[in-house]
Design a binder for this molecule. Structure first.
Ligand SMILES: Cc1cc2nc3c(=O)[nH]c(=O)nc-3n(C[C@H](O)[C@H](O)[C@H](O)COP(=O)(O)OP(=O)(O)OC[C@H]3O[C@@H](n4cnc5c(N)ncnc54)[C@H](O)[C@@H]3O)c2cc1C
Length: 340
């Protein structure tokens, strides 16, 4: 399709002018894809503004503060299949920010003790995952509680009505279904993103006593998928992940109904006595992409707008990180090629 590209050779940001001043980029969304893109650009000398509608960075890697620490209602594990992200995870592990997954998995009726070989390159955050994401931003400027309502060539419009212009490039780094409404000025790109849909997950922060003496529980069930014991927050604190089917059934249900259903499913599966204490719950409407576009980004070259994130690359932290890094590297390269 004319003017639209995904992946290797066209960034959607080519043709960037080469003024004496640093080139400027606006990144919408401060999940891991946006943060990695912004950080790489800032390190290369770009002036980067990151606009995040939430109160902090993280996206699906955000965490929740609780009385005794923090809990991860989003991504529980980080893994790397390719060397670039393995290197990043090794750096974080050296700093003590993440640690290799250890312990035991309870599945069905048996407990499996993980061997080291089984779990190479699998980590758990030891600090709030949102801080991992924040660390990627480097010298980029993060604007929080800054929802973007529209993106046009070189321009973003904030939900509070402000228009910020003169960006050499605009990058949307969010689930593609959330990017579509912003892209009314770029109908071809908008149409392309329409191929991706997302499946939801409800997650519940629950505290209970008893049950399997394991660190992770894998349910063989159509309602619940996984439970992960929290590293912070005191004893008996778990995050329980619903199946997509559960979340689709209770997509429009309120907090009360979803938590009641989730807690009763859990008690049935583990034979726990009532009541399980539910401390928080979150519905991730855009948890996992189906039909990701492929490549590292989708771009509108003429208008210098690109879309990154797991709706393009496919699900997972590693892929989302790669999309940000690869787009930033390509943007920088395009700029250098145009230098006199
Ligand atoms: C419950 C759950 C469990 C998961 N488990 C794992 C796992 O174990 N391992 C793994 O590798 N992956 C896991 N994933 C997937 C992984 O979290 C994602 O693939 C990855 O974090 C996506 O990053 P992203 O930057 O593409 O998007 P996001 O993290 O969604 O970031 C998008 C950001 O854009 C912001 N935003 C959206 N719209 C606007 C707007 N209009 N204006 C400003 N900001 C906006 C959002 O607030 C958000 O911060 C899990 C996901 C979920 C939900």
């Amino acid at each position: 399709m004319a003017g639209l590209h995904s992946g290797e050779e066209n960034t959607g940001c080519e043709g960037v002018a080469t003024p004496a001043a640093a080139p400027r980029a606006a990144v919408v969304g401060a999940g891991i894809s946006g943060a990695s893109c912004a950080g790489v650009l800032a390190a290369a000398g770009w002036e980067v503004d990151v606009f995040e509608k939430a109160r902090g960075a993280g996206g699906r890697m955000s965490s929740r503060r609780i009385e005794q620490g923090w809990a991860t209602l989003g991504t529980p594990f980080l893994s790397a299949k390719r060397e670039a992200f393995r290197g990043k995870l090794r750096d974080w592990a050296r700093q003590g920010w993440i640690a290799p997954v250890r312990g035991s998995l309870w599945q069905g009726r048996a407990t499996i003790h993980w061997g080291e070989a089984q779990l190479q390159n699998q980590y758990r955050p030891m600090i709030e995952p949102s801080q991992l994401v924040r660390s990627l931003l480097g010298g980029a400027r993060l604007h929080t509680s800054a929802e973007v309502s529209a993106v046009a060539p070189r321009t973003i419009v904030l939900a509070d009505g402000r228009t910020l212009a003169d960006y050499d490039c605009v990058v949307c780094s969010m689930p593609t279904t959330q990017a579509i409404p912003l892209l009314g000025a770029l109908p071809l790109l908008q149409e392309r993103l329409g191929a991706v849909r997302y499946r939801p997950i409800w997650t519940f922060l629950m505290r209970w006593e008893g049950g399997p003496a394991a660190d992770v529980i894998k349910f063989d069930d159509h309602l619940l998928n996984l439970a992960v014991r929290q590293v912070s927050g005191g004893p008996g604190l778990w995050v329980v992940y619903s199946s997509h089917e559960f979340a689709e059934t209770y997509l429009e249900a309120g907090y009360e109904e979803a938590t009641t259903r989730g807690a009763s499913a859990l008690m049935g599966l583990l034979g726990l006595p009532w009541p399980v204490e539910v401390e928080a719950a979150h519905l991730w409407r855009h948890a996992r992409p189906v039909g990701a576009l492929g490549g590292f980004w989708a771009g509108d070259r003429e208008n210098r707008v690109a879309v990154i994130g797991d709706g393009v690359t496919g699900v997972g932290v590693e892929r989302a990180w790669e999309s940000g890094v690869r787009l930033a590297q390509a943007m920088q390269q395009s700029k250098e090629e145009l230098m006199p």
